[in-house]
Ligand binder design. Structure first.
Ligand code: ATP
Ligand code: MG
Length: 548
């Protein structure tokens, strides 16, 4: 459900007044890159409205630029929308309408509303005028209908070079809206198109193509981002002058922006092309594919989009907002397991050598039906390095010589001795355990102030953990004229070889979610995980670290 907003009000009105019997929206990505979280907002809005008003929603690839578009992107976009759990009614390609668009361009010429212009881009800019000065007429503006039709046809036949001619609408060179000053309708581009191949060497401009696409598909409400507000008069002009049978209405809403990242396919492609990240689905990328690989869930993304709603005011949301929603989603679902990211060996000197016992651990304290599992306990275990201090700071309650803690689900252990390596670093510590203190035994003899987690050394398995920080250092990239590539966080990825509880993760497959005690939510990586080694991406740390 989309919460109430100005777009819903418009639709409700249109249905009540009988302007429309039902609605059709569309999501119209250009297949020139992978979708990002900003697109998710548009997807949730368009698909959400169609759902709520029992209308339809089309997925339409706005593929009018042969150079940047690719089938790889088409497939990735479809996959992302499906992953978000949305279903489109019809799938279209703007390029399938090229014939109709061409006929409409001819119609405009016949109506005296379009002409072939040969000004260079610089000249065209100069002729366009400024916000305070009217533009000048192009010397080609008064060509005859016949000449224009002939030239357009020859443009289409490939007689002219890229950039040598364009087709322009003849509207108003004095308009206060610069978009109305004879905008370009068609340009020449001798390139192979991902869908139409070499059939065309002229391509329609967005401002001309988009309203026609919407009208052809009987879109009732065409939602786009705020920067197109000034283009709306042109949108309406093309629908009217091309004599389209249906009249879609363009409505603008604010784009979604996020802190510490960039949000445009072009910039994200630069990150990929410059090897700043490892592909479009790098877990640090704000792409839907990146979020998926990192371990965010469709529900968390949809809930975020619902929460931010739609408005006319541009806003930047904190990247941590999504973290809130993914924790909420994963908390009841993710299986709990123990991992040790930075291991320190503990020898329990009074525990019999070679003995193994199994302690019972809940699979998910928030969900009893998840059951319990057995964890091996033995004389040699690993704990986190940070759970021991040689010289404890004030209020440090974990292990130091002379102090006792609880091993989660097992016994109290007390530290007696520190063993150093040749460099003077702590190599291992020696402790003793108290058999009376077994977890669940009802022992009340004395209390300890800290519980720490652990893994039996022999049974623990090696695993790789990938921890992430924001990709871009600045909250608002490109502040003060800086280029975002100069603000890459050098520490955005940390790869750690650690240990994991073998039993809990033995059947793990890519994208499975876990909550690793004290370390946060993790997802099995789709690219680096092999039969021999599990690789985990940290989705998000735990909100409040384990209380000690
Ligand atoms: P980009 O610059 O990232 O390529 P775009 O607007 O050119 O973005 P399109 O593929 O044309 O991308 O976008 C498809 C739809 O998604 C459009 O309707 C567009 O308005 C919407 N959209 C794109 N970015 C955002 C965003 N950050 N917030 C909300 N909607 C967005
Ligand atoms: Mg674009």
């Amino acid at each position: 459900m989309v919460t109430s907003n100005f777009i819903k009000n418009i639709i409700t009105d249109d249905l009540e007044t009988g302007k429309h019997n039902s609605i059709i929206t569309r999501f119209p990505p250009e297949p020139n890159g992978y979708l990002h979280i900003g697109h998710a907002k548009s997807i949730c809005l368009n698909f959400g409205l169609a759902d709520e008003f029992e209308g339809k929603v089309n997925l339409r690839f706005d593929d009018t630029n042969p150079i940047k578009e690719d089938t790889e992107y088409v497939n990735a976009i479809k996959k992302d929308i499906e992953w978000l759990n949305f279903e489109w009614d019809e799938l279209h390609f703007a390029s399938n309408y090229f014939d109709i668009m061409y006929e409409k361009a001819q119609l405009l010429i016949k109506k005296g509303l379009a002409y072939v212009c040969e000004l260079t881009p610089d000249e065209m800019r100069e002729y366009r005028g400024t916000l305070t000065d009217a533009g000048k007429f192009s010397p080609y503006r008064e060509r005859s209908v016949e000449e224009n039709l002939d030239l357009l046809e020859r443009m289409k036949q490939g007689e002219f070079e890229d950039g040598s001619k364009v087709l322009r609408a003849k509207i108003d060179m004095a308009s206060s809206n610069m978009n109305m000053r004879d905008p370009i309708i068609y340009r020449i581009s001798h390139n192979i198109h991902h869908n139409t191949g070499d059939k065309w060497c002229i391509y329609p401009m967005y401002d001309f193509a988009h309203p026609l696409e919407d009208a052809i598909e009987n879109i009732t409400h065409s939602l786009c981002s705020l920067e197109f507000e000034d283009h709306r008069p042109l949108y309406d002009w093309f629908v009217k002058e091309c004599e389209m049978e249906s009249t879609p209405r363009q409505i603008e809403f604010a784009r979604l922006n996020m802190t510490n990242t960039v949000m445009s396919k072009r910039k994200l492609k630069e990150l990929v092309d410059n090897d700043v990240v490892d592909g479009w689905d790098d877990p640090r990328m704000p792409t839907i594919a990146g979020f998926r690989r990192r371990g965010y869930t469709p529900t968390s993304i949809r809930n975020l989009c619902r929460e931010i709603g739609v408005s006319k005011a541009d806003s930047v949301i904190d990247s941590q907002m999504l973290d809130y929603f993914v924790r909420e989603d994963l908390l009841p679902k993710a299986q709990l397991a123990m991992t040790i990211l930075r291991p320190l060996k503990v020898v329990i000197t009074n525990y019999p050598e070679g003995q193994v016992e199994y302690v019972e651990i809940e699979n998910n304290p928030k969900d009893e039906s998840a059951g319990t599992r057995k964890l091996p306990f033995s004389r040699e275990i690993y704990i986190e390095r940070e759970d021991f201090m040689e010289v404890p700071v004030k209020k440090y309650f974990r292990l130091f010589v002379g102090n006792e803690v609880r091993l989660k689900g097992a016994y109290f252990i007390k530290c007696n001795e520190v063993i150093h390596d040749e460099n003077g670093e702590v190599a291992e510590i020696h402790c003793t355990y108290d058999p009376e203190t077994k977890s669940g035994s009802g022992f009340t003899g004395r209390k300890v102030k800290a519980t720490i987690h652990w893994l039996s050394a022999k049974e623990a398995q090696k695993a790789e953990f990938r921890l992430f920080e924001p990709l871009i250092l600045d909250d608002v990239p490109e502040n003060e004229g800086k280029h975002f590539l100069e603000q890459i966080n050098p520490n955005s990825l940390e790869v750690i070889e650690g240990l994991i509880e073998a039993e809990a993760t033995k059947n793990a497959s890519p994208l499975d979610k876990f909550q690793f005690v004290r370390h946060g939510f993790f997802s099995v990586d789709t690219k680096y995980t092999t039969n021999d080694k599990l690789v985990f991406n940290r989705v998000v740390s735990l909100k409040s670290s384990f209380k000690i």
